[in-house]
Design a binder for this molecule. Structure first.
Ligand SMILES: Cc1cc2nc3c(=O)[nH]c(=O)nc-3n(C[C@H](O)[C@H](O)[C@H](O)COP(=O)(O)OP(=O)(O)OC[C@H]3O[C@@H](n4cnc5c(N)ncnc54)[C@H](O)[C@@H]3O)c2cc1C
Length: 124
């Protein structure tokens, strides 16, 4: 999303690493809009909200997300941009914001502060 704000890419879609079609061309089955609910290791099976699947080897790569008890959620003024839908929402809200408070001054926070100040926003 920051690349888009900086004008280094023309659309948010250009920020994707690869498409579903590219993965399928590599003979990878891609299941989107499907949630893993349960793993049965002794049977080598998993259950999703749509079906059951068996496996020889299972790699769990479910990532991480913030489940904060400090930050109110949902909160209209609280924005994230790790995921596509969140980034689209962020971009819609951005023109109305004069000042932006960034929570977290790690690499992602510092990068965001740099980009947002470059387009004239007051970052705190
Ligand atoms: C704002 C921001 C900027 C960043 N910028 C950079 C950068 O410039 N360069 C860089 O290298 N890294 C960057 N990172 C870090 C990078 O995004 C992460 O390190 C990376 O996404 C981790 O990949 P992952 O596959 O482990 O997890 P994720 O990308 O979090 O993927 C996990 C996936 O699993 C899915 N999932 C979770 N639970 C289930 C379930 N039960 N069933 C089905 N699916 C499930 C999630 O929906 C998600 O799609 C950034 C992160 C943030 C937040």
């Amino acid at each position: 999303m920051l690349l888009l704000i900086e004008g280094r890419i023309a659309s948010l879609e250009e920020a994707f690493f690869c498409t579903k079609e590219q993965l399928e061309a590599e003979t990878i089955d891609v299941a989107l809009e499907e949630t893993l609910l349960e793993v049965f290791p002794s049977d080598h099976r998993i259950r999703t909200d749509k079906r059951e699947l068996s496996y020889d080897r299972l790699v769990l790569a479910a990532g991480s997300s913030q489940d904060s008890t400090v930050l109110p959620q949902p909160e209209e003024a609280l924005l994230t941009y790790k995921e596509y839908e969140a980034a689209k929402h962020f971009l819609q809200q951005l023109p109305q914001a004069e000042s932006i408070t960034i929570v977290g001054a790690g690499q992602a926070g510092m990068e965001a502060a740099n980009t947002l100040t470059a387009i004239g926003k007051k970052s705190v």
